[in-house]
Design a protein. Structure first.
Length: 162
């Protein structure tokens, strides 16, 4: 049975490409996610539908933390909220436990927070599947390729033939 979770961190073009590369990920919807007040401003993010029998939530969260500045409280955090958006209290508990466990693998504190999912606005059609349609463009070469290369080097067992 498929599950859904949201991830925000950096540019949603980059985040989309990272999760599209993973086995067990059935769909990635790029856009803007909001949570509940006081965190109800929309922020760039993706909705990920995945098969937990193929890829575990812990693997998705680890890839997420390693593929954006998850320990940086930079000035763009409003637009690029470092977040995991959950759909149930059980998913909330699991995501928080995973973050706590993974903190030991990071030198700096993880700034990624778990938020309840409250709403989604899809990106304009012309921006969806950005990397798949624009892999040769400078943005892809400069920002997305290094993330995909990191996946190949550190998470090759999770990749879906890229």
């Amino acid at each position: 049975m498929s599950q859904r979770i949201g991830f925000g961190g950096g540019c949603h073009w980059c985040t989309e490409a990272v999760f599209q590369a993973l086995r067990g990920v059935q769909q990635v919807e790029q856009g803007f996610i909001q949570s509940l007040p006081p965190d109800d401003a929309y922020s760039e993010a993706v909705l990920v539908s995945f098969d937990p029998d193929v890829i575990q939530l812990a693997e998705l969260i680890e890839v997420h933390l390693r593929s954006h500045a998850s320990t940086s409280q930079h000035t763009m955090r409003g637009k690029y909220r470092s977040a995991i958006y959950v759909f149930s209290p059980n998913q909330d508990r699991e995501a928080n436990a995973i973050l706590t466990h993974l903190q030991q693998d990071f030198e700096a504190p993880i700034v990624t927070r778990v938020f309840p999912y409250a709403g989604f606005k899809a990106s304009q059609e012309r921006f969806r599947n950005y990397f798949k349609r624009n892999s040769e463009k400078p943005f892809s070469k400069n920002y997305i390729d290094p993330k995909i290369d990191k996946l190949r080097a550190n998470y090759s067992e999770l990749l879906d033939n890229i």
